[in-house]
Design a protein around this ligand. Structure first.
Ligand code: FAD
Length: 516
């Protein structure tokens, strides 16, 4: 019941967005998935065409619940049946079969896509879990990865062989889910985002054609896949830069601060990031406002974690200002790079990564912290500890600060990723346990309020929303860029590569099927 209310609120916003956007006439009406797909029929017709090891199953199969498990149940697509291709070529066969039978299809990897636009999907989920091969190339400067690889898998595999890559920062998340929209991680200050490091992609287009996409082949699509890629195709494999792994250990330093230190912490953070010029080895810091009953159950606290690529001595020189703020708790240590996720709360078994729950979210991109806005956000949290204790208990207001030198150094127009000016990435989320509608609406209102504080705190900038954190209620411009040429170019490429708008479920550039 709650799900339907929050969905109707957010989908209501989407519909109004879709209606206000002009939808070019070249997006011809595509047929919709039959109300009920016959699993046995699909197994019979398609099964024989797929390579050995591929599987097709529906709701009666014991594997179905696990295959449909997601991080955010509010963003639950309607999956009538699941197909897991064993080989890259199977993806093309599946897409062609779906097209012949007027069935919608959706690529799925680690299930962390949280945008509510996914809930408009009804059809066949193509699970990429069998496409997880990694082949380091003889040059030692790149590797080919299957379209279903994920961050933790890649980090551990490469580290053991002496390399690193620009993975996302959370072990549980796929590489292409983030990478098609940018892909933020601990190496971006040095090497850029995932998308900046893609050399080429093997892509299955909406009509099932398999193409190679790089700077010489379909270079227009290559531009689009690096920032708006979810709208254009299914990546069955990709070649990405890899780098020598660097120092043997990374230093982490975690702090717990009570709310009275907020101004000191954010002033120190602004000095530390210095308008996007954080030293490249000071890879990232994450800070939460959250409840932590071990410290107090009366107020949220601030928990911050910093990761440095190198020794404790070098790192601690840069952390002096934070060490001078009296902390309620602090922990530091030195570990290998792939282990750092366990100490920053982003490992596969960390609470943040776990699937399940109905989540409301809000996001913003910032250049510097507005300390007054942060105080407003913290105080509004504090108020809810008394007024909405259930929501307050599960809320996490995440502040992400990466070193960004290489992201900023890349030319903004060279890819569809539009937010190279954002130095800081914000994501608020609250898990809503089953209960009444009021709580659901309260959660949604709270997340909107937080995003509002962040945006109001930078009055000279228009709101920006990282496509992979957007909940689908934001404007297309805030997601894909305000320069009009960006959305125009993306729409023209949609007309060329996906004229029937088959890829329209993940923060779609064109939100409605059919003609305007
Ligand atoms: C706990 C958590 C941690 C996160 N950490 C980070 C992070 O460190 N850095 C960051 O940048 N973002 C991060 N994100 C955001 C993340 O980028 C998105 O949630 C992303 O969509 C997740 O990809 P997935 O494979 O896990 O999810 P999925 O739901 O499986 O994929 C999301 C969408 O991506 C598309 N997709 C996935 N794989 C392919 C493919 N091979 N070809 C074509 N389309 C594909 C599909 O449209 C799919 O609906 C995080 C999100 C969560 C919830």
């Amino acid at each position: 019941m709650r799900a339907s209310v929050l969905l109707s609120t957010c989908l209501g916003m989407l519909v109004s967005l879709a209606e206000s956007a002009s939808i070019p006439s070249y997006f011809e009406r595509s047929p919709s998935t039959p109300r009920r797909l016959d699993v046995v029929k699909v197994q019979r017709e398609l099964g024989a065409q797929l390579s050995k090891g591929s599987v097709i199953f529906g709701p009666d199969d014991p594997r179905y619940p696990e295959a449909l498990s997601r991080w955010n149940n509010f963003a639950r697509p309607k999956v009538q049946l699941v197909i897991e291709p064993a080989q890259e070529t199977d993806v093309s066969t599946i897409v062609k079969y779906c097209n012949r039978n007027s069935v919608d299809f959706l690529a799925n990897n680690k299930g962390h896509g949280g945008t509510l636009t996914l809930a408009s999907f009804d059809g066949v989920q193509i699970n990429l879990a069998s496409l997880r091969k990694i082949d380091i190339q003889p040059s030692g400067t790149s590797a080919w990865f299957g379209g279903g690889v994920y961050d933790g898998q890649v980090s551990w595999y490469l580290w053991d062989k002496g390399y690193v890559a620009t993975t996302g920062a959370c072990d549980c998340v796929g590489m292409m889910g983030p990478g098609l929209g940018g892909g933020h991680g601990r190496h971006e200050g040095l090497y850029g985002m995932i998308s900046d490091n893609i050399r080429q992609l093997n892509v299955v287009l909406a009509d099932g054609r398999r193409i190679r996409v790089n700077k010489n082949s379909h270079s227009d699509l290559f531009w689009a896949m690096k920032g708006a890629g979810h709208n254009f195709g299914i990546v069955t494999s990709f070649e990405l830069n890899i780098y020598p792994r660097g120092p043997d250990t990374w230093h982490y330093h975690n702090y717990l601060w009570t709310g009275d230190k907020l101004e000191a912490v954010f002033n120190a953070l602004n000095k530390f990031h210095n308008n996007g010029s954080t030293p490249v080895n000071m890879a990232n810091n994450y800070g939460f406002f959250a409840m932590n009953p071990a410290v107090t159950d009366k107020a949220p606290i601030m928990q911050w974690t910093f990761a440095y690529r190198g020794s404790a001595a070098e790192a601690e020189k840069l952390l002096v200002d934070f060490n001078n703020i009296p902390a309620a708790g602090s922990l530091q240590g030195d570990v290998s790079y792939p282990e750092i996720t366990s100490f920053q709360g982003t490992a596969e078994d960390s609470p943040l990564c776990q699937h399940g729950g109905y989540r409301a979210t809000g996001t913003a991109g910032l250049q510097v912290y507005n300390v007054t806005a942060e105080r407003q956000i913290f105080d509004s949290f504090q108020k809810r500890v008394a007024s909405d204790p259930v929501l307050a208990a599960s809320a996490q207001i995440l502040h992400e600060g990466y070193s960004t030198a290489a992201v900023r150094a890349a030319k903004p127009d060279d890819s569809a990723y539009p937010h190279r000016d954002d130095n800081l990435l914000m994501l608020a989320q609250v898990v809503i346990p089953p209960g009444d509608k009021e709580l659901e609406n309260a959660a949604s209102d709270w997340m909107t309020e937080i995003a509002g504080y962040w945006n109001a705190g930078q009055p000279s900038r228009k709101p920006t929303s990282y496509v992979n954190y957007a909940n689908g209620g934001e404007s297309l411009e805030s997601i894909y860029g305000y320069e009009s040429w960006r959305l125009n170019k993306l729409r023209a490429l949609k007309a060329k590569y996906d004229p029937f708008n088959r890829f329209r479920f993940y923060n779609p550039i064109v939100s409605k099927r059919g003609k305007a």
